[in-house]
Design a protein around this ligand. Structure first.
Ligand code: PEP
Ligand code: MN
Length: 340
């Protein structure tokens, strides 16, 4: 970290900061300028927060040099040393092949998801998604089929062999969901639910962490650090759009997040253009753009009857639209040296 002293600091004030820095286990290197004095701290700055330094009288500003998320960060790793998340029973995220995870927003019935899983698989999906526990803004809205829905998802996996992505909402349900899920999803509303992040950090299976709809990139990555700090290194980061002043889409989907995350971290990156736009007509273009931007995986909501879907029908592709999209995704993937 770098400490900038207030203008015209006295030698006593500078000496006080130096002493406090030493007491925190860091070595101060002081640079006396004509107008400003700057103290560079050498040591492991991640052992304390910059608030401790800001509290010292005489300190004006503090700048972090190392990223605060050491396990998630690509700092200290070679460029090609990227995490690959292997999926059960087959497939991976972070290798040459781009994963296509498709399925409805919610598990609605056994017939619905068995039919849909067959259809998305036939069209080229390489993983299946559906929510059994649904995080709904309105407490009177459909909350998902919960335990019964999980049983149906287990059957989808048995029938199709596709890895299953499904969301967990509460620490007390982690074991139940992880029993069926091949990838446990943490949704946008829980991106900073630290007890939940710690609970999935105890698992030894992949976790998909969605970006909080109001999280900065650093806050998003500190959420991933919670999971990794509990020993679970199999984290996939998912950009799913953020809330902005713009209202023409449900969320604003910032695709620059994809290369930015790849610069800052070694973790694989997924993009969810369904929640990212909230509009079916916009999903194909943003899915193609996400692959072009370097996404390792896509999450796409697909429904056999979007008009009558219980949740998120307006952003769900029909099975036919999904089937038309997959070969187009393949072409873009080839153009950026990937495959589907
Ligand atoms: C979902 O994937 O259905 C979902 C609720 O996503 P998000 O948390 O991104 O809103
Ligand atoms: Mn949804």
């Amino acid at each position: 970290m770098i400490v900038v002293m207030k203008p015209n600091s006295t030698p006593d004030a500078i000496a006080h900061v130096e002493a406090r820095v030493r007491s925190l286990g860091m070595k101060p290197h002081t640079i006396l300028g004509e107008e400003l004095t700057v103290i560079a701290l050498v040591g492991n700055e991640r052992n304390f927060t910059k608030e401790l330094l800001l509290a010292i009288p005489g300190v004006d500003r503090v700048m972090e040099v190392a990223r605060p998320y050491k396990l998630v960060s690509s700092e200290g790793r070679r460029e090609n040393e990227r995490t690959v998340v292997k999926l059960n029973p087959h497939g991976s995220i972070g290798e040459r092949s781009v994963l296509i995870c498709a399925g409805p927003c919610s598990v609605e019935s056994a017939e619905q998801i068995f039919d849909l899983a067959d259809r998305v698989k036939a069209a080229g999906a390489t993983a299946f998604r559906a929510g059994a526990f649904k995080p709904r803004t309105n407490p009177y809205s459909f909350q998902g089929l919960q335990g019964e829905g999980l049983k149906m998802l287990a059957e989808v996996k048995r029938r199709t062999g596709l890895p299953i992505f499904t969301e967990v909402l509460a620490p007390s349900d982690v074991a139940l969901v992880a029993d069926v899920a091949d990838v446990v999803q943490i949704g946008t509303r829980n991106a900073q639910n630290f007890p939940l992040l710690s609970a999935v950090g105890e698992l030894r299976k992949p976790v998909l962490l969605k970006r909080g709809f109001a999280s900065t990139l650093d806050e998003f990555l500190l959420g991933a650090e919670y999971i990794m700090s509990r020993g679970n290194g199999e984290v996939i980061l998912c950009e799913r759009g953020i809330r902005t002043f713009e209202t023409h889409t449900r969320n604003t989907l910032p695709l620059a997040t994809v290369p930015a995350l790849k610069e800052r971290t070694h973790l694989p990156v997924m993009v969810d253009p369904s929640h990212g736009t909230g509009k079916r007509s916009l999903v194909p273009a943003m899915a193609l753009a996400a692959v072009a931007a370097g996404a390792d995986a896509l999450m796409l909501e697909v429904h056999q009857d979007p008009e009558n879907a219980m949740t998120d029908g307006d952003q769900s592709l029909s099975c036919d639209e999904f089937a038309v999209l997959v070969p187009r995704l393949r072409k873009v993937a080839e153009a950026v040296d990937r495959e589907i």
